[in-house]
Design a protein around this ligand. Structure first.
Ligand code: NAD
Length: 504
């Protein structure tokens, strides 16, 4: 069901395409640009379209459908209609669809990486890393689907049998952000497929192309019509609201900012929807006096600069023991100032652009705020003049208690503060309304374990700056969200537990 008029062939501005290479043209031409409803790609009902820009040039790559509430409701119609038959499929059949999708994403890894870099901006090597990470959710949940199980026990009184069984939650609305266009989709879609839920996916309007190509690939991998429906829209709030009030919808899973998560949670309360919320973060990165500084600097670089700092797991507050702060700051500044900044698709580039002009303004504002609070810029600190939304990799020293670090930075700025005692370090780390990722660098095992136990975060990286893994539960506490994605926990988010009491 692929009418050619719903493919990328009708892009708005051919002259705006960054590369003249035919391969890139062909790839874009193969991206479906409509809404996917009940297995068919079609235009948005109102006929409106959204221009998707390359953030390293600001030029429009393609136009995609700008769906509205009616398109969303049509998507839920299809999801609701498909739910019962989809839930009745065998776990093995669902697993094999995921496995085929995994193989196909891996086979087309270069295409996906190029598309991610082009619409989102991150360097190709990082995009390739995202594709591997994203694909692993397909493989992991293909292995989890046949392991869905229940339990049996005798009641403690011995008077009855207590059985539990699992059932798919049902039609799920999925809302994803722009920063990991493929991984944020597979982290939700794969466990939902494994569990037997149908879906309405609303990707970010800033980076929808990757999700659209992925949805197309899933259809080709054998996903039945109506199981995954995709609607892109520039009016997310208005378009999704009717779904949150529709009794056929059973779950909302959202990855994005805490501000939007709060709005959605309140709307989801109307129907008491199951919710999974992967929200903002404000990761502390603790470097103790016994840390291997080479490892700590590399870890800080990874945790800070992955995605140019535009990750919910990004190190937001570097807290370094006062005895090593000078040395650590010097080495980190040297490493940061040596990074090559440029368009993500150019060879050798290590740092891509920020997503838009607003993100650059925010980075400038945060550097000003740091200075106003007594901060000192060691390297960087400025927007890069010219096309695209570039900002220099920046290291600054600022008081660990500075107010500006309470905000999620979401850019290439590493503020270094100091501490003297372990208790102080833990208290500083925990002094945030967020509780997603955190990092600890130390060679003292008992110190590491003590600190890990006291950190109020859903995830802790020890002597490493990248911790995401499809086999591990990703998620946060406090205002970083509800629920976990990945690991054994990931599929539970899409399953209900039913208890059956059997007379003896
Ligand atoms: P965002 O909250 O602005 O948007 C996220 C998604 O929500 C987009 O698809 C957007 O179109 C949609 N949206 C916006 N307003 C909406 C509304 N009123 N109703 C329904 N949908 C709406 O976030 P973003 O800028 O795309 O992403 C950055 C944020 O995401 C950061 O705060 C980051 O920490 C967070 N994030 C969290 C995780 C995690 O797993 N915890 C992962 C990646 C990103």
């Amino acid at each position: 069901g692929q009418p050619p008029e719903c493919r990328g062939g009708e892009r708005a501005d051919r002259g705006g395409i960054v590369t003249a290479e035919r391969a890139a043209d062909d790839l874009l031409a193969g991206v479906p640009t409509g809404v996917l409803i009940d297995g068919v790609w079609r235009d948005a009902r109102g006929g409106a379209r959204i221009g998707v820009e390359d953030p390293s040039t600001g030029k429009v790559l393609l136009e995609v459908a700008d769906g509205d509430a009616a398109d969303m409701v049509a998507a839920l119609d299809a999801a609701a209609a498909a739910q019962a038959s989809w839930a009745a499929t065998s776990p093995r059949d669902r697993a094999e669809i995921l496995r085929r999708a995994f193989d196909e994403v891996v086979r087309r890894a270069d295409d996906f990486a190029w598309l991610i870099s082009t619409e989102m901006g991150k360097p190709l090597a990082e995009s390739a890393g995202e594709v591997r990470y994203a694909a692993e959710f397909l493989r992991w949940f293909s292995e989890e689907a046949p392991r869905i199980s229940g339990s049996w026990r005798r009641s403690p009184e011995g008077t009855s049998r207590l059985l539990t069984m699992k059932a798919p939650v049902g039609p799920t609305l999925m809302i994803t952000p722009w920063n990991f266009p493929l991984a944020m989709a597979t982290r939700k879609v794969a466990p939902a497929v494994a569990a037997g839920c149908t879906m309405v996916l609303k990707p970010s309007e800033l980076t929808p192309l990757t999700s659209l190509l992925f949805a197309d690939l899933l259809q080709q991998a054998g996903l039945p019509a109506g199981v995954l429906n995709v609607v892109t829209t520039s009016r997310a709030g208005e378009a999704t609201l009717p779904l949150l009030g529709d009794p056929r919808l059973r779950k909302l899973t959202f990855t994005g900012s805490t501000a939007v998560g709060r709005i959605l949670l309140s709307a989801a309360s109307e129907q008491v929807l199951r919710t999974s919320m992967e929200l903002g973060g404000n990761a502390p990165l603790l470097v103790f006096d016994d840390a291997d500084l080479d490892v700590a600097v590399q870890g800080a670089l990874d945790a800070k600069m992955r995605n140019v700092g535009q990750a919910c797991t990004a190190a937001n507050r570097l807290l370094v023991h006062e005895s090593v702060a000078e040395e650590f700051s010097r080495r980190l500044s040297a490493a940061m100032s040596g990074l090559v900044v440029g368009p993500g698709v150019e060879p050798g580039v290590q740092v891509g652009p920020l997503i838009d002009a607003r993100a650059v303004d925010k980075a400038e504002r945060l550097v000003d705020a740091a200075r106003a609070e007594g901060g000192e810029v060691l390297t960087g600190g400025h927007a890069v003049p010219g096309d695209g939304h570039f900002f220099e990799p920046t290291v600054l020293r600022a008081p660990a208690t500075a107010a500006f670090v309470q905000e999620e930075i979401f850019g290439p700025i590493a503020p270094i503060g100091t501490f003297a005692e372990t208790d102080e370090a833990v208290a500083l780390a925990n002094s945030s309304s967020y509780g997603l990722a955190s990092y600890v660098f130390s060679r003292d095992l008992s110190r590491v374990l003590d600190v890990v136990e006291r950190l109020e975060f859903g995830m802790v990286g020890v002597n490493q700056g990248v911790i995401s893994n499809a086999a591990a539960p990703f998620g946060g506490i406090k205002q970083s969200g509800l629920g976990r994605e990945g690991g054994a926990e990931g599929i539970e988010e899409y399953l209900e537990t039913k208890y059956v009491g059997l007379a003896p």
